[in-house]
Design a binder for this molecule. Structure first.
Ligand code: NDP
Ligand code: OXD
Length: 309
C-alpha cells in the first residue's frame, strides 16, 4: 500500500514521520515522485498542481490536508470517481476555535481601538459592553463553526449560527437558508465566516450582507478569501457601517504588499494561519480511514463534490 504526500517540504517531512509511526507498513512517498504512478494508492495533498492527480491511475482516495477542498474542486482534471476526503481532526478544530475566540474577544473588547490609542500614546477608556448584550453569529455550522461557538459559550454571548440545512443546538439560535439569513444578520454584532468556498458562498461577505448587520458590527473572515468582496469591506469600514474586521484569508495569498488592507487601521490581518492541520493528530484520522477502506467499510468525511463541501 503506497501513499504520496504533496505539501511544502517541511510539512511533507513531518507528515511522513507521523505516518511512519502510525502505520509502519504504509509505503510513504513525498512529492515530487519519480516512481511508477500506478504504484500509488492514496494521495494526501494540499494545493496540488492542476492535472497532477489524474496521472495516478490506481488512486483509491484523495485526502485533503485542509478542511477546505476548494484547492481540489478547482482542478478540472480531478480524477472522476475517486473519493475526496476533507480533513477533520482535533488539532485543526482546536486551533480554529482558539483563533475565533481571540478575534471575537478582540472586537468585543475594542482591541483595534486600543492598538490605535497606543500608537498615539492616548490613555482613554472605552465603556465596556456586557458579553450578553452582543450576538456572535457564525456563517457555517460545520465541524469548525460549531466547535468555535461552543467554546465561546462560557463568556455569555448570545450565539447564533447559519447553515444550509436546519439545525437544533442547545444554547445557539439556529438559522438556515436564504430566508434565515436576514433574521440572523439583523441581530449579529460580530459576524464570523467559516463557510466552505462554493459557487453559492462566493462573495457572501458583501455590501448587501454588511448593510443588514447592526451599525458598528465587526466581521471575522476565516473561511476563504473568495467569500469577501474586498472593496465592499473597505467602503463599510470607511463609512463606519462596520467597526472592524479580522481577516485570515484573502483572494490573493500572500496578500500583495500594495494591498490597502495592510495599512487599514480597522483591519487586523494574519497570513492564513487561523488553524493548521497537525500531522501528529491528523495522521490518525488518515490512517483510520485507510484501514476502513481496506476493510471494505465506508470512508468518513467524504466530500459531496456536487455540493462543493
Ligand atoms: P464543514 O463542511 O464541516 O461545514 C460547512 C458548513 O457550511 C456547514 O454547516 C454547511 O451547512 C454550511 N454551508 C455550506 N454551504 C452553505 C450555503 N450555501 N448556505 C449556508 N450554509 C452553508 O466545514 P468545516 O467546518 O470543516 O470547514 C469550513 C471551512 O473553513 C473550510 O471549508 C475552509 O474553507 C475553512 N478553513 C479555514 C482555515 C484557516 O486556517 N483559515 C482552516 C480550516 C478550514 P450544512 O451544515 O447545512 O451542510
Ligand atoms: C484548511 C486551511 O482548509 O488550512 O484546512 O485553510
Amino acid at each position: 500500500m503506497a501513499l504520496l504526500i504533496k505539501t511544502d517540504i517541511d510539512r511533507g517531512t513531518a507528515w511522513a514521520e507521523a505516518l511512519a509511526g502510525a502505520y509502519p507498513e504504509l509505503d510513504v512517498h513525498t512529492w515530487p515522485y519519480e516512481g511508477d504512478p500506478a504504484a500509488i494508492h492514496y494521495a494526501l495533498v494540499w494545493q496540488p498542481p492542476e492535472g497532477e492527480l489524474k496521472g495516478y491511475p490506481n488512486l483509491k482516495a484523495i485526502f485533503s490536508i485542509g478542511a477546505g477542498i476548494d484547492h481540489l474542486a478547482s482542478d478540472p482534471d480531478l480524477p472522476e470517481g475517486v473519493p475526496v476526503v476533507r480533513m477533520v481532526e482535533p488539532g485543526l478544530t482546536a486551533g480554529m476555535s482558539e483563533y475565533v475566540a481571540y478575534a471575537v474577544l478582540g472586537h468585543h473588547r475594542f482591541m483595534l481601538d486600543y492598538a490605535r490609542q497606543r500608537a498615539e500614546k492616548l490613555w482613554r477608556e472605552i465603556p465596556q459592553i456586557a458579553a450578553g448584550a452582543r450576538q456572535v453569529g457564525m456563517l457555517g455550522m460545520g465541524v469548525l463553526g460549531r466547535d468555535a461557538l461552543e467554546k465561546l459559550m462560557p463568556f455569555g454571548f448570545k450565539l447564533a449560527g447559519w447553515s444550509r440545512t436546519p439545525k437544533s443546538i442547545t444554547g445557539i439560535s439556529c438559522y438556515h437558508g436564504e430566508e434565515g439569513l436576514r433574521e440572523f444578520l439583523a441581530e449579529t454584532d460580530i459576524l464570523v465566516c467559516l463557510l466552505p468556498l462554493t459557487p453559492e458562498t462566493e462573495g457572501i461577505l458583501c455590501r448587501e450582507t454588511f448593510d443588514q448587520l447592526p451599525e458598528g458590527a465587526a466581521v471575522v473572515s476565516v473561511g476563504r478569501g473568495g467569500h469577501l468582496v474586498e472593496d465592499d469591506l473597505l467602503a463599510a469600514l470607511d463609512s463606519g457601517r462596520l467597526s472592524g474586521a479580522t481577516l485570515d484569508v484573502f483572494r490573493k495569498e500572500p496578500l500583495p504588499k500594495k494591498h490597502p488592507f495592510w495599512a487599514h487601521p480597522r483591519i487586523f490581518i494574519t497570513p492564513h494561519i487561523a488553524s493548521m492541520t497537525l500531522p501528529e493528530s491528523a495522521c490518525q484520522a488518515v490512517v483510520a480511514n485507510i484501514h476502513r477502506l481496506e476493510a471494505g467499510e465506508p470512508l468518513r468525511h467524504v466530500v459531496d463534490m456536487e455540493r462543493g463541501y
